[in-house]
Design a protein around this ligand. Structure first.
Ligand code: NAD
Length: 469
C-alpha cells in the first residue's frame, strides 16, 4: 500500500514535467475548450459508471468495506448527478454574463467571460475515494481544462480502478491519473499548475499551498474540522436522532468530512437523547454492530489505533454510555457515544473522523456558541436541531463554518445550488454544481467601447480648467 505498483515505472519530477508538457500542448491546441469535447467526456464518464458499477462497489468494499447502498448513493449516484447537471447546464454556465456599466466608462457595454484556467491538478482523499476524485474532475472538464488526478493511496483498490477506467473511457491526451503516495504527489507538486484542488487534512494542505505559492498557483483546499451538532429540547427527537445517526455512522462510519463530530445539548435533555440514540442505533445496526454489514470499517490500522487512543484516554473511558466495542482483526469500531466529555480531553482537541460521538452538556443552549468558539478553528459544517426561530437566527449569525444545516445533518452536500467548501481551518474555495465550473474558470472582465464620447479630461495638458468641466 502507498507505493506505485511494481510493474509501473517510477513517477518522478521528470515524469511530471513530461506529463504536464503533453497536457499543456493539448490545452493550447484548444482541445478541451469546445463544448463538444466537454459533452463527450461527461457522457463517457456516465457510461463508465453504467458499465462498471459492480467493480466500483467492489473496490469500495475492498478499501473500506463500504456498504453497497452507501457506495451506490453517495459515491456513484452523486457523481452521476454531477455529470447530468453539468451536461444539462454547461451551455448556460459557459455563456458570457452581461455586466452593468457606469458613468465612468460611458458609453460602453461589458461582460464577464469564463475561460478555462489551463492544466489543473486534483489530489483527493481516501474516505469517498471515487466521488472525491471525480467530482472536481467534472467541474474541471465542464470549465475546459486539461487534468491530472492523483487519487489517495489509502484506498488502493479504488485508486487503481480509477486509473484503469479513466484511461479506458476518457481522452488520455487531456485527462490523466497518477497513482501513488508522498513521492509521486511531491513530484506532481513541483510542476507549474494553473490550479490545484486538494481534498484532505490541514497538515498536507499547508504542503500543497507552499508548493503552489512557488508558481503563484491558486488553490482550492477542501479540508475538515470538528463539526458540531446543537440539540434543543423542543424537537422531534426520533427524527433528529435518526438524522444524526445517518450523518454520523451512515456516512462511512463517521469517516466523512461533514459527519457530526460532537453534540452539545442541555444537562436536562442529554439522558433522553442518549436513550433515543441507543434505541435507534439498535434498530439500524442490531445488538452486535461489529457484525453489521451496514457499517464501514476503519480505513487502516493507523487510523484504528488513532481512534482507540482517543477512546481509551484515562479520563474518557468512564464516559462511554453506549458502544465502545472494537474488533482489531477486521478494523471495526462500534457506534460509540460518550457523555459529559471534558473539553480538554484528546477527543475534543482533534477532528475525530470515526464512529465516536462525544456529548458536551451546557446549562443553557445559548452557551453552545461559546463552546464552538472555545474549541478554536472554523468547522466545515455545523448543525442545529430546534424549532425556535430566534435560536436559528442566532445560530446563522454567530456560527462561522463552511456550511450550516438546521434540523438535519450532511444533506447540504447534496444540494448543488449551494457552494460546498470550508472557511479558515476547514479550507478555502468551494465547488458543486455551477460552483465547480467557477472553481476551474477565470472570470475575465471584458469592456467594449466605441470611438465616441472621447473626453479630453484624460489627456494632457492637465489644466485646472478641465477639472471644472
Ligand atoms: P489522505 O491520507 O488520502 O491524503 C489526501 C491526499 O494527500 C492523498 O492523495 C495523499 O496522497 C496526499 N498526501 C498525503 N501526504 C502528503 C504529503 N506529505 N505531500 C503531498 N501529498 C500528500 O486523506 P486524509 O488527509 O487522511 O483525509 C482526511 C481529511 O480530509 C479529514 O480531515 C477530512 O475532514 C478531510 N476531508 C475533507 C473533505 C472535504 O470535501 N472538505 C472530504 C474528505 C475528507
Amino acid at each position: 500500500m502507498g507505493s506505485q505498483p511494481e510493474d509501473k515505472a517510477v513517477f518522478d519530477t521528470e515524469s511530471g514535467k513530461e506529463m504536464v508538457k503533453e497536457l499543456r500542448a493539448s490545452f493550447v491546441a484548444g482541445k478541451t475548450k469546445s463544448y463538444e469535447w466537454k459533452v463527450s467526456q461527461l457522457k463517457a464518464m456516465l457510461k463508465m459508471m453504467e458499465e462498471n458499477e459492480a467493480q466500483i462497489i467492489f473496490a469500495l468494499r475492498d478499501d473500506l468495506s463500504k456498504p453497497e447502498l452507501e457506495s451506490s448513493i453517495y459515491e456513484i449516484g452523486m457523481l452521476k448527478n454531477s455529470c447530468r447537471l453539468a451536461l444539462k447546464e454547461m451551455k448556460h454556465w459557459m455563456k458570457p454574463e452581461k455586466a452593468k456599466t457606469s458613468l465612468t466608462t460611458f458609453p460602453s457595454t461589458a461582460e464577464i467571460v469564463s475561460e478555462p484556467l489551463g492544466v489543473v491538478l486534483v489530489i483527493s482523499a481516501w474516505n469517498y475515494p471515487f466521488l472525491l476524485s471525480l467530482d472536481p474532475v467534472v467541474g474541471a472538464i465542464a470549465a475546459g481544462n486539461a487534468i491530472v488526478l492523483k487519487p489517495s493511496e489509502l484506498a488502493p483498490a479504488t485508486s487503481s480502478l480509477l486509473a484503469k477506467l479513466i484511461a479506458d473511457y476518457l481522452d488520455g491526451s487531456c485527462i490523466k491519473v497518477v497513482e501513488g503516495a508522498v513521492p509521486e504527489t511531491t513530484a506532481l507538486l513541483e510542476q507549474k499548475w494553473d490550479k490545484i484542488f486538494y481534498t484532505g487534512n490541514g497538515r498536507v494542505a499547508r504542503i500543497v499551498m507552499a508548493a503552489a505559492a512557488k508558481h503563484l498557483t491558486p488553490v482550492v483546499l477542501e479540508l475538515g474540522g470538528k463539526s458540531p451538532v446543537i440539540v434543543d429540547s423542543d424537537i422531534d427527537l426520533k427524527v433528529a436522532t435518526r438524522r444524526i445517526i445517518a450523518g454520523k455512522w451512515g456516512c462511512n462510519n463517521g469517516q466523512a468530512c461533514i459527519s457530526p463530530d460532537y453534540i452539545i445539548t442541555t444537562k436536562d435533555y442529554a439522558v433522553k437523547l442518549v436513550d433515543s440514540f441507543k434505541c435507534e442505533l439498535e434498530k439500524f445496526y442490531g445488538k452486535n454492530p461489529l457484525e453489521s454489514k451496514d457499517l464501514s470499517r476503519i480505513v487502516n490500522s493507523n487510523h484504528f489505533d488513532r481512534l482507540l487512543k482517543l477512546l481509551d484516554e484515562d479520563k474518557i473511558s468512564s464516559k462511554i454510555v453506549h458502544g465502545g466495542e472494537r474488533d482489531e482483526t477486521n478494523l471495526k469500531i462500534a457506534p460509540t457515544i460518550l457523555l459529559d466529555v471534558p473539553k480538554n480531553s484528546l477527543i475534543m482537541k482533534e477532528e475525530i473522523f470515526g464512529p465516536l460521538l462525544p456529548i458536551i452538556m451546557v446549562d443553557k443552549l445559548e452557551g453552545s456558541f461559546d463552546v464552538i468558539k472555545s474549541l478554536g478553528g472554523k468547522p466545515l459544517a455545523a448543525y442545529l436541531f430546534t424549532n425556535k426561530t430566534k435560536l436559528k437566527a442566532k445560530f446563522v449569525a454567530e456560527v462561522s463554518a463552511g456550511g450550516l444545516v438546521v434540523n438535519d445533518t450532511t444533506v447540504h452536500l447534496a444540494e448543488h445550488n449551494l457552494p460546498f467548501g470550508g472557511v479558515g481551518d476547514s479550507g478555502m474555495g468551494s465547488y458543486h454544481g455551477k460552483f465547480s465550473f467557477d472553481a476551474f474558470s477565470h472570470k475575465k472582465a471584458v469592456l467594449y467601447r466605441s470611438f465616441g464620447g472621447d473626453s479630453s479630461l484624460r489627456y494632457p495638458p492637465y489644466t485646472r480648467g478641465k477639472l471644472r468641466l
